[in-house]
Design a protein around this ligand. Structure first.
Ligand code: ZN
Length: 437
């Protein structure tokens, strides 16, 4: 009943809203034993790691494994760190291992192969353009529009404008793009409309959904949901097909865009957070409001059991995305906390996250987007959408200057979000890259 337990945990998370906005793995078991791959995952290409031979020292590898990526432990046969090499399990059934040879010292390290450029390797910025030459991809979270209800990223208070996270994030992304371009950056969108980037639709996943449900202990899954209060809705083919579409297929398609077409130096994932709102047509409004940012790391032992996730973790570790995304996230978090005055979010459990960095606002967590986008990724989670304050600010819409909202003169929430992220980037890149003479 372990899987059942996972479903219960997920349902609980949704109720308390601990991670309403995050991508949480629902299916931790794969469908085929020999091919031990996560849902819709790609077969790992271990040969790619040959390019990383002797690009990392023993100490750096051990530090990243122990303090960033595998902070919750793992089965001993998965990764064995020796003095001069690491032995990484490729496939347990076949007892195949990959051997990564360490650099003997910092000075003997070979260059790290990667398509993105760290701040310090960018040419000096142009006068007044601190982000010149930098390629930024903006990833507005979720879909919004007519998909918002399916995504469970929708609520409405009385006759007020419905709150749809995917629409809010796209609005922020458009404002942010304008600011970043004015600062010299080249900006692309991972999603620029409220339509999915994936060509698949829920109907394409009925058979897979059925197989997953059967595998997870629901021998005769029902086709459809009775209504939104149906306690068994997560055990229906419809609900599973929809999540396979809007989460798994959609994010994997976005990853293909980032990795094969856009080739950015950094991706900014833009989200709004929420606390459990209960009935979306009569949502609970709360006083809680907070901010946090995420970078990739903190893999769960069961996630590391999957061959593709373990491979993707090692590839990400070796790319040293963390060396760039952590200080960038920390600096951006500081700017956002200054401008939003939001306190740091505290996860109710430390089971899936690890606090990292110095700002107090940044956590490592293994999300699909932060794992799959092969460059530094900063994942922003400001504002509780169903807090009374944020709800009022969302209803006020976008405007120039300031307005009095709940007795306080405020910028529009969309501009405050965009401006604070842009300010964080300016601060980070101004410090981290050289300046022109
Ligand atoms: Zn979100």
């Amino acid at each position: 009943m372990a899987t059942r337990l996972i479903w219960q945990v997920e349902a609980w998370r949704r109720r308390v809203g601990a991670s309403t906005c995050l991508f949480v793995a629902i299916f931790t078991t794969s469908l085929q034993a020999a091919e031990n791959i996560s849902v819709l995952g790609n077969k790992p290409r271990w040969d790619v790691l040959e390019h990383y031979q002797q690009t990392i020292t023993h100490d750096e590898f051990a530090h990243l494994i122990n303090d960033v990526y595998c902070t919750h432990g793992f089965a001993p046969d998965l990764i064995e760190i020796k003095d001069d090499s690491a032995r990484i399990l490729m496939n347990r059934d076949f007892q195949k291992f990959f051997t990564l040879r360490f650099a003997a010292s910092d000075s003997a390290r070979k260059p790290v192969p990667r398509l993105w450029r760290p701040a310090k390797s960018l040419s000096p910025s142009k006068e007044g353009k601190p982000l010149s030459g930098l390629k930024i991809a903006l990833d507005p979270g979720h879909l919004g529009g007519k998909w918002a209800k399916m995504e469970e990223r929708w609520f409405q208070v009385g006759d007020s404008q419905p709150v749809q996270e995917g629409d809010l994030t796209l609005r922020v992304a458009r404002l942010l793009a304008t600011r970043l371009r004015a600062l010299g950056a080249t900006v692309s969108f991972v999603r620029s409309t409220d339509e999915p980037t994936t060509g698949k639709r829920p109907d394409d996943f009925h058979e897979l959904a059925r197989k997953i449900l059967i595998k997870n202990g629901v021998p005769q899954p029902r086709a459809d949901i009775l209504d939104q209060t149906d306690p068994e809705k997560e055990h229906t083919i419809r609900w599973q097909s929809e999540i396979l579409f809007y989460r798994y297929s959609e994010i994997r398609r976005r990853a293909a865009l980032v990795n094969l077409k856009l080739h950015p130096d950094v991706v900014l994932c833009l989200h709004f957070n929420a606390e459990g709102w209960g009935d979306p047509t009569s949502p609970l409004l709360t006083d809680a409001n907070h901010l946090h940012l995420l970078v990739n790391g903190s893999y769960l032992p069961e996630e590391l059991e999957l061959d593709d996730e373990r491979f993707e973790m090692i590839r990400r570790l070796l790319s040293r995305a963390y060396d760039e995304e952590l200080p960038l996230a920390d600096t951006t978090a500081a700017a956002m906390s200054r401008e939003t005055a939001l306190p740091p979010y505290a996860y109710p459990t430390t089971k899936s996250t690890t606090k990292v960095g110095a700002s107090g606002y940044v956590y490592a967590r293994n999300l699909l987007a932060t794992r799959l986008y092969r460059c530094p990724v900063v994942y922003c989670e400001p504002y509780v959408m169903n807090s009374k304050d944020v709800f009022a600010r969302i209803q006020a819409g976008d405007y120039e200057g300031t307005r009095n909202i709940n007795g306080v003169e405020r910028k529009s929430i969309f501009r405050e979000y965009a401006d604070s992220v842009a300010d964080g980037l300016v601060e980070y890149y101004s410090k981290a890259r050289g300046k022109s003479d």
